[in-house]
Design a protein around this ligand. Structure first.
Ligand code: ADP
Ligand code: ZN
Ligand code: ZN
Length: 743
């Protein structure tokens, strides 16, 4: 029995369940269906408001599902009502602000509440497990262990762990940050009686908190503004790379902790490095709880539980950490707020930064959005006075801004994409004992395999895209669907053997640089080489302070501080200058500024060279002469003129099917549901920019309105009807509110 609206609370006086007007618990289930489901509660207690937010197990068809009570309702005929199996929680698991915010998120994304809840909960809780206990644990050497430690073989993991523990108990949290895969070493040593695990008290400091550098005047003003806040306020901390934004966060967190409150810090996927965590831990001197995709399910659940009990005082995590319960919140920070990884691109398509604002408002605490390259949305909000705009215009300490040089490579001989000037420049920086970063946003050897005789290029069989050449030309790989094959020996169209990789990827740059600079280490870093979380750190550590070259994709734009890095060479940005996506310029500008910011972060001055065939392109000219803000101002004007976000609000319906007619029929039917007089523009159904991916035909319908209200009015009206469309059964479809990518 579906029910879609929360109904008023009923109070009952016990007795047998009446068959007419039977009271029910309305259960949100993790299903792609918009409604809640009525059940009789598990035997024992009659339905009552205090049950909202408790998990329970219910029968659904022949399955058993874990749901959350979303409301108390009543059905006319209780005879058909199924009875829930049993309670999982004796008390509501979800309540207060988090529960209200999740309901807001379900309404805003027009997604089923049950799916939102299941996205928000760590997997064990989603599966119906009990909230785990949250003792903190540490390791120490046993009485015998101190002596035995000396006999451990040098350089082995057990020996390194022994050294770490030589000075006393070390929190597991700290071990995670200090040593890779310490757990296997700890288990092995525990068996031999060398080390032991002990429970820690929550409040033990992990270290003495250390003071940071005294803030400069800009930092001091920003810290004062944030810490003066009483209640909600949004702060855009707009500071050039290396201006000391992290110092501002740290000081604001120290203040928050001094008031006995919890702080939540969101960082982008690639920004959560052991170096960052170590900095937080040493500065704050208390355990920092970490949430990221590398944790196992139980670890995530423990952090969630510790936060919900108020024991976790500082939580640092990636996108989904925004779902952390904060019963005692004091501050939310979103670092690199412009970063694309904050937007979830499947399932519940939420934006963690935007949701952070909603939560901060509901919690009545300040939220700090930090970036050297703020999103146009946030700049617009700051200009409109909705956010307090805090600027850090100078680099902290002694570091100077890097010098930027645009290299016109038209008519210049390029060798594997590198001009003679660039090779010369690299040589000079290496000879001076420095490090060089060569940035190219294309992994693989080359983007295309081309037949020089007939023009054939190797396509992916399942996508409308060429295969990328890998392994020096021996393998082909599709970066969209993952398909792999070996490269053909001859052209399948004309039989010619003249097959040539066209264009430049990071592998090809690496090959050339290894050749040209045989005396120096060359380290390639891209998604091909860093599938493991700490691989980036490990690879950077192999370089250390030596002169050498890093070559890679935007993974290198963030992360580990590299004080010896003085030259950044950006190779071939030209593809990005002419993309059809209206956000492409913004992304390119952010990438260029971020990667340029890696140069000269310490005392040695830095240089950035942009190699291009379009030195006069307005984006480059504005960026180089005026900086990011000049670019952003110009771009905002263009967005306003063209009616794009942030001056319009978008929703994108996507449908995909092996037969394009099904996808089109579905979206045409959706379009037909929209009232003619709605103040919403509709575009489509039309093919997606990449019409075929992984064998599926993809179509989309874009809705746009100058204000949120009419757009959401239409979505409120049509979303339940979309679920009921017969055409919807034949396709995979999704609704993306505020899409960041229109593909
Ligand atoms: P951002 O987060 O803006 O990139 P960081 O906070 O990481 O900048 O600071 C960049 C570097 O400058 C770090 O090494 C940091 O320790 C140092 N730093 C920050 N603030 C100061 C300051 N007020 N005085 C001296 N050094 C500072
Ligand atoms: Zn050919
Ligand atoms: Zn493909």
């Amino acid at each position: 029995m579906p029910s879609s609206d929360p109904a008023p609370t009923l109070s009952l006086t016990g007795g047998p369940t009446p068959q007419l007007n039977a009271p029910t618990v309305q259960v949100a289930l993790p299903l792609p269906l918009p409604q809640w489901f009525d059940y009789a509660p598990p035997p024992g207690e009659p339905p009552q408001a205090g049950m909202v937010g408790r998990r329970l197990r219910v029968p659904f068809g022949s399955r058993e599902l874990v749901g959350v009570v979303a409301g108390i309702g009543v059905v006319a005929d209780g005879g058909t009502l199924r009875t829930a199996l049993d309670w999982i929680d004796a008390q509501p698991l979800l309540g207060g602000e988090l529960w209200a915010s999740l309901q807001w998120l379900a309404r805003y994304t027009h997604a089923p509440l049950g799916e939102v809840v299941s996205t928000a909960l760590p997997a064990p809780l989603r599966r119906g497990e009990a909230v785990p206990d949250t003792h903190r644990w540490g390791w120490q050497l046993t009485a015998d262990g101190h002596a035995q430690r000396a006999r451990l073989r040098a350089g082995t993991r057990p020996q390194r762990l022994g050294t770490l523990l030589a000075e006393g108990v070390v929190d597991e949290d700290v071990l995670d940050a200090r040593m890779e895969d310490w757990r296997s070493a700890a288990r092995a040593l525990a068996k031999r009686g060398v080390v032991e695990r002990i429970a820690l008290d929550h409040q033990v400091p992990v270290a003495q908190a250390s003071a940071g550098p005294p803030p400069n005047p800009e930092q001091a003003a920003a810290i004062a503004a944030i810490t003066r806040a009483t209640g909600f306020g949004a702060y855009l901390l707009d500071g050039v790379t290396g201006s000391g934004k992290t110092e501002v966060y740290l000081q604001a967190i120290v203040d928050c902790l001094a008031r006995g409150r919890q702080a939540l810090v969101l960082v982008p996927e690639i920004g959560l490095t052991p170096q960052t965590l170590a900095r937080f831990r040493t500065r704050l001197g208390i355990p920092v709880h970490v949430l990221h995709s590398g944790l196992n399910d139980n670890e995530r659940a423990r952090v969630w539980a510790a936060a919900s009990r108020g024991e976790a005082q500082v939580i640092v995590g990636t996108r989904s950490a925004i779902f952390t319960p904060l019963p005692n919140a004091g501050l939310i920070v979103v670092d690199e707020e412009h970063d694309g990884s904050y937007k979830q691109q499947d399932g519940i398509r939420y934006h963690a930064r935007d949701f952070a604002l909603v939560r901060a408002k509901a919690l009545d605490v300040p939220v700090v959005l930090g970036s050297a390259t703020p999103s146009l949305e946030s700049l617009h909000n700051a200009q409109a006075g909705r956010y307090t705009h805090l600027r850090l215009k100078v680099r902290a300490g002694d570091a100077r801004p890097p010098r930027v040089r645009v290299l016109d490579v038209r008519k210049r001989p390029l060798r594997d994409g590198l001009s003679p000037e660039v090779l010369q420049g690299i040589a000079e920086h290496l000879q001076a004992g420095h490090q060089v970063l060569v940035f190219k946003n294309r992994r693989g050897y080359a983007p295309v395999l081309l037949c020089h005789d007939c023009g054939w290029t190797a396509p992916c069989q399942r996508c409308d895209a060429p295969m990328t050449v890998h392994a020096g030309g021996r393998r082909l790989q599709c970066h969209h669907c993952g398909a792999r094959q070996s490269a053909p020996l001859a052209c399948p169209d004309c039989g010619s053997l003249a097959l040539q990789p066209q264009g430049i990827g990071t592998e090809r740059l690496e090959e050339h640089l290894v050749d040209a600079f045989a005396d120096y280490p060359v380290i390639r870093i891209d998604r091909g080489t860093t599938s493991r979380r700490d691989a980036l750190e490990t690879q950077l550590a192999t370089l250390g302070d030596r002169a050498g070259i890093l070559v890679g994709t935007q993974i290198l734009a963030k992360g580990h501080d590299l004080p010896k890095l003085t030259l950044v060479v950006v190779v071939g940005i030209d593809e990005g200058l002419f993309s059809a996506d209206f956000r492409a310029s913004e992304k390119l500008a952010q990438q260029l500024i971020q990667v340029a910011g890696r140069a000269g972060r310490a005392t040695d001055p830095g240089e950035v060279w942009l190699q291009t065939h379009h030195p006069g392109h307005p984006l480059l000219e504005t960026l180089v002469n005026g900086g990011y803000h000049a670019f952003a101002d110009a771009e905002l004007q263009q967005r306003e003129a063209a009616g794009f976000p942030p001056f319009a609000h978008l929703a994108l319906l996507r449908a995909e099917s092996q037969q394009v007619e099904h996808a089109n029929a579905m979206l045409s039917a959706v379009r037909g549901l929209i009232p003619d007089d709605a103040a919403v523009e509709r575009y489509g159904p039309m093919p997606a920019p990449m019409p075929r991916r992984a064998g599926y035909q993809r179509t989309q319908l874009l809705l746009s309105a100058p204000a949120r209200r009419p757009l959401h009015g239409v979505l409120d009206l049509i979303t339940p009807q979309i679920h009921a469309l017969p055409q919807a059964r034949k396709v995979r479809w999704s609704l993306d509110v505020d899409p960041t990518d229109l593909y």
